[in-house]
Design a protein around this ligand. Structure first.
Ligand code: DLL
Length: 434
């Protein structure tokens, strides 16, 4: 089923005409109501009327995360505070959070785009949707909440954590859809196994995941252990929250809600636009936002775009799963790697579990040093030391072969790596310390 066929199956030419109309309105809205944008335009001798085609988008300067920081908390708002009816924030690793605000109309839009993602994932009004993403300043919980209600599903708003209770409710309420980060899905499976509960025997059928990078190997692992079809969904607070894009059941990329979000891919270094199919940084321009219009926002997320129509009938362009963030990219002795690539390789090694941390260090001298701690299954860990050593060598070999970097792999005891209820922290970078 398609939630909004009129929009989601538009021809590309109709869609582009709509995007241009909306872009011109959004640019004028931002210019007239946000001093930050007015100044940025003036500095370039630009006025909204100069935006006459979709290509003219490239005349507009980028917006960056630092602009949120510089205008903390409400400097980027395009409406008076009285029109704001919700505020969310994403916690930065340092300093002040990034603050985002919504008018009533923004919340309607958000509900609509998230509902499209849920329906594309195969969810209907027959489903019981347990939302184990954080409710609060994080956009995951409430974003899915209103959308699931909107399509008529029964919502179980558990928020994150309380894993044993989550498992009990999955059984007792006959939950069919579970929303959580991919890493929490694995933790849930682990806890269920410990409780003697086989999640594959419950009514669970769909997993709504996202909010952090994950690999195809992780998807297989979630499918196997939870008995669900794991669906990737993408979004970010600055732009809205979840609802920017999501997979359909064909799993061939995430359909972008292009009538609300105009996307480009740029080379993060040169900042030049890249053609369809090339990998680079995703840049998003909102088309319909009222409280917080964003023009050419540098997401920092690495992906590529595919405008070809999809077997599901949707014409909305697809983006490849996000492989990582420009600021999470590890440059180890000159080779670029993302944690998700390391995950892909690790999960191909028999007996290795999807729990790992990557430690980047410079302790031994000038060269970057990579150490990967990864858990192995119980039976392997209790096996003889020779088997463990073979496995460790194999993992190191695969990483060298597939990624072209050498790393030391340390196989650690089951349950020794910290579990995450939300976004997991996979990288410990100690290079700054020296
Ligand atoms: O994570 C919104 C969200 C909630 C998306 C629930 C999907 C599901 P933030 O906390 O602002 O918002 O974090 C946004 O998380 O820029 C990406 O780097 C990363 N991210 C989000 N979804 C994915 C995904 C929410 N499917 C940041 N794959 C983004 C990889 C993702 N990374």
């Amino acid at each position: 089923m398609i939630w909004n066929p009129e929009r989601e199956t538009m021809s590309r030419s109709e869609l582009e005409a709509l995007q241009l109309e909306l872009l011109r309105e959004q640019v004028a809205w931002a210019y007239e109501n946000v001093p930050f944008y007015r100044q940025a335009f003036r500095a370039r001798g630009l006025v909204p009327k100069d935006i006459r085609s979709l290509e003219d988008l490239q005349k507009i300067p980028f917006t960056r995360k630092s602009d949120f920081r510089d205008n903390y908390p409400f400097g980027l708002l395009a409406v008076p505070r009285r029109e704001v009816i919700r505020i969310h924030a994403s916690s930065g690793t340092t300093g002040k959070p990034t603050v985002v605000a919504y008018t009533r109309e923004d919340l309607e839009t958000w509900k609509e785009v998230c509902a499209r993602n849920l329906v594309a994932a195969g969810i209907t009004d027959e489903d019981t949707v347990q939302i184990a993403m954080g409710y609060g300043l994080f956009t995951g919980g409430l974003g899915w909440h209103y959308a699931a209600e909107h399509i008529g599903a029964a919502v179980v708003p558990t928020s994150s954590g309380h894993t044993k209770r989550q498992i009990m409710l999955i059984q007792d309420f006959e939950t069919t859809v579970f929303c959580c980060t991919p890493s929490y899905a694995i933790y849930l499976a682990e806890q269920a196994e410990e409780m003697g509960v086989d999640l594959r025997e419950t009514k669970l059928r769909i997993g709504i995941h996202g909010a952090e990078p994950w690999s195809e190997g992780m998807r297989k692992e979630i499918a196997r252990r939870l008995g669900v079809d794991p669906i990737d969904t993408y979004g970010l607070s600055e732009v809205m929250g979840p609802g920017v894009s999501g997979e359909c059941t064909y799993h061939s990329g995430l359909h972008i809600n292009e009538d609300h979000f105009l996307v480009e891919i740029i080379d993060p270094q040169t900042e030049e636009p890249l053609p369809y199919g090339e990998q680079g940084e995703l840049v998003i321009t909102t088309l319909t936002k009222k409280a917080l219009p964003l023009l050419r926002y540098r997401t920092g997320d690495i992906t590529r775009l595919d405008p070809a129509p999809c077997a599901c009938g949707r014409t909305m362009m697809r983006m490849e799963r996000v492989s990582g963030r420009t600021d999470d990219m590890l440059i180890v002795r000159g080779v670029n790697v993302f944690p998700s690539q390391i995950e892909t390789v690790l999960l191909q090694v028999e007996g290795v579990q999807p729990h790992y941390v990557i430690i980047v260090d410079r302790e031994r001298g000038a060269l970057d040093d990579l150490e990967i701690w990864v858990e192995v299954s119980e039976d392997i860990f209790s096996d003889d030391i020779g088997r463990l050593r073979d496995l460790q060598r194999q993992a190191e070999f695969e990483i060298r072969e597939m990624l072209g970097i050498s790393a030391r792999v340390k196989l650690v005891e089951p349950h020794s790596i910290e579990r995450s209820m939300g976004k997991s922290k996979r990288v410990i970078d100690r290079r700054d310390v020296y």
